[in-house]
Design a protein around this ligand. Structure first.
Ligand SMILES: NC(=O)c1ccc[n+]([C@@H]2O[C@H](COP(=O)([O-])OP(=O)(O)OC[C@H]3O[C@@H](n4cnc5c(N)ncnc54)[C@H](O)[C@@H]3O)[C@@H](O)[C@H]2O)c1
Length: 377
């Protein structure tokens, strides 16, 4: 097997999910010709990054990402840092000729995204963005059903991503995980963090979004900043809702908030077509709800498909029918597809260019909310 030396930058939540993906992929996808090697992990604090390296069995550490990118023994750079560092790291990695796996959202804004695309395409390096929900088997199956035309003409697309963890005014902004509340590090609030996932899936399933009309709100206007120790204005959107039109003529409705008491990560989407409808819910991620108008009238109704059979996407790699997999497996699938892409010479979607379409929609949503007007994407 050919080794593929991974250099991971950032070892928080995503650093763990990706490391797990690299470690497990060959056990479950034995046909792959490449084997990811956990060559180096980078973080700013030597002691903490060494502890992570020991726990996950990385061979070495770096405390400066530029050094990691400069190493000859790194083939692929995996960017798991906050959003405000994606562009700088990705552009440097492309210039060093490395393959790049970048966390979402691609960048802080479309201008940065454009420079990243230019850098990877000029260098001709393999690139992908971790919009991992595409690789939940039930979501991949939704894509198959739509592509087979089984919903017919599509009328409506609706998605939500609801959480409740920032309701308290005592939650600070800045620092590990809480950089999400600091607009300088995150670029935006729920729009780039949560709706970006909904938008990526929507574009994948239902095609381009052409126009948007949005509203946003920041419920808590000031929060203590972890780095300065002072109360500072909050610049992110705490909640966002938008209407949109898709290129195929269908209408979209999206909502995201971190103020929906009781909901932890309720990502749901529903598509209504002429011939049928489908619905998915992250809290029950192995099920796809499906309504087929072609069913015999008296038996017609929503069915709940347990997407765990060998015929279902990715599921022949795992256990026996009826036994489900979970969130972490989406990252194993993305690593497998990345390696297959290298082996076949095919692009690994979403590429930076694909992810830029989501970035443009996010930008149009934020502009629409601030200008109180419809925006063309
Ligand atoms: N695909 C998904 O479902 C998903 C889920 C969560 C987060 N994300 C994305 O992943 C990225 C990271 O999010 P997270 O939740 O892992 O955050 P986190 O706060 O848990 O981890 C961030 C890591 O980056 C490190 N870091 C920050 N600045 C650095 C620098 N200059 N050099 C080296 N390391 C640095 C931090 O020390 C930390 O280890 C973000 O872009 C986020 O949007 C994606």
């Amino acid at each position: 097997m050919k080794p593929l030396n991974i250099g991971l930058i950032g070892y928080g939540f995503m650093g763990r999910t990706h490391s797990n993906g690299y470690k497990r992929v060959n056990d479950f996808f034995p046909e792959l010709e490449h084997r990811p090697v956990l060559k180096a992990v980078c973080g700013r604090n030597a002691e903490s990054v060494q502890a992570f390296a020991d726990q996950w069995q990385y061979e070495s550490i770096e405390t400066d990402w530029r050094k990691l990118i400069g190493r000859d023994d790194i083939d692929a750079v995996d960017i798991c840092t906050p959003n405000n560092s994606h562009a700088e790291i990705a552009i440097a990695a492309a210039q060093a000729g490395k393959m790049i796996l970048c966390e979402k959202p691609l960048a802080l804004n479309p201008a940065e995204g454009e420079k990243m695309i230019e850098a990877v395409e000029k260098a001709g390096v393999v690139n992908t963005v971790w919009y991992n929900y595409r690789r939940v088997p039930a979501v991949t199956m939704a894509k198959q059903l739509v592509d087979q035309g089984r919903l017919g003409r599509i009328f409506h697309y609706r998605a939500n991503f609801l959480q409740d963890w920032t309701i308290s005014e005592d939650v600070p902004q800045g620092g590990a995980a809480l950089w999400r509340l600091d607009v300088a590090a995150a670029g935006s609030g729920v729009t780039g963090d949560l709706l970006a996932h909904c938008i990526d899936t929507a574009i994948w399933l239902n095609g381009s979004i052409t126009n948007v009309s949005a509203m946003t709100e920041t419920f808590v206007k000031e929060r203590m900043h972890t780095e300065t120790g002072k109360m500072e204005p909050v610049g992110i959107d705490d909640a966002c809702a938008f209407l949109c039109r898709f290129e195929n003529g269908s209408l979209g409705l999206f909502e995201s908030t971190r103020y929906a008491r009781g909901h932890k990560a309720l990502y749901t989407f529903e598509i209504n077509g002429e011939k049928g409808s489908l619905r998915w819910d992250l809290h029950d991620l192995h099920r796809l709800e499906w309504f087929d108008h072609a069913d015999e009238g008296r038996l017609r109704g929503w069915r709940s498909i347990h997407v765990t059979d060998g015929e279902h996407p990715y599921m022949d790699k795992w256990w026996v029918p009826g036994l489900q997999i979970g969130y972490e497996h989406t990252f194993v699938h993305q690593v497998a597809d990345f390696l297959k892409g290298i082996e076949s010479g095919q692009k690994v979607h979403p590429t930076f260019r694909d992810a830029q379409e989501t970035q443009r929609v996010c930008d149009a949503v934020l502009t629409s909310a601030s200008e109180k007007s419809w925006q063309t994407v």
